[in-house]
Design a protein around this ligand. Sequence first.
Ligand code: NI
Length: 182
Amino acid sequence: MERRILRMGDPRLLQRAEPVPASAFGSDWLGHLVRDLWDTLYAVGGAGLAAPQIGEPWRVVVFESAENPRYPWAEPVPATVLVNPRWTPDREAGWAGAWEGCLSLPGLRGWVERPARVRYEAHDVAGRVIAGVAEGFHARVLQHECDHLDGVLYPMRMRDLSRFGFLEELTAAGVIPGKRAR
Ligand code: NI
């Protein structure tokens, strides 16, 4: 079921989400939560969504990017559900900057620098351990969604607020290349 996405200013977006208890793995409750996240994400055409963005204070994120018009330059990322994710930066890979958006800040984009490559570990909905290395857009969307679980929105990661604005204006000015998107 498509749910309403909370927007910046709603204090629920600033709260730390709770770990999903092991007893909930494989449950209908968790299955429905993940289904709602996908339904909501697909309805708006975003790349990723975290449970707190639909008002559910649990450590669950979903993301996928295949030819996403919001991010025309981004390489594809397979559909992924991460429950109770954790990540650590690969320090040798350094940092990378890119324009980010967020469904909780519709119409806006900001330049955010993040670790370029990360190792992550999480559970899937059945409780199986998932682990891997993410880089490029994959690493970015993973960190962005995990930030939501700690009440962090991308403007809180920005170092230069002069690189923050409405996508429409940034695109019209040629600061951001590519197609117009919401
Ligand atoms: Ni977001």
